[in-house]
Write a protein that binds this ligand. Structure first.
Ligand code: SF4
Ligand code: SF4
Length: 82
């Protein structure tokens, strides 16, 4: 499933550069993840890179965007054409 950034985000911006899918951007008050681009890093890394670098642990699974690993891999292929 895609991940989401909750209200604990301190807008440090560290996660944005780590995303292989350009899924993270600065929102109105906190950073946001585009669920159409987040693959939980499937196809690139074993672990979500944004969670690894976030200093306040505010990135969590998005229950409204549940997806299997196969669906995430399919999304990755659509985004990157491979
Ligand atoms: S889990 Fe990976 S793909 Fe999803 S927002 Fe974080 S860094 Fe990007
Ligand atoms: S690393 Fe964490 S605190 Fe920093 S912008 Fe990303 S989600 Fe927010």
């Amino acid at each position: 499933m895609a991940l989401l950034i909750n209200e604990d985000c301190i807008s440090c911006g560290v996660c944005e550069a780590e995303c292989p899918n350009d899924a993270i951007s600065e929102g109105d008050s906190i950073f946001v993840i585009d669920p159409d681009r987040c693959t939980e890093c499937v196809g690139f890394h074993d672990e979500p890179q944004c969670i690894d670098v976030c200093p306040v642990e505010c990135i969590v699974p998005d229950p409204e965007h549940e997806e299997t690993k196969d669906q995430l891999l399919e999304k990755k292929k659509k985004l990157h054409g491979e």
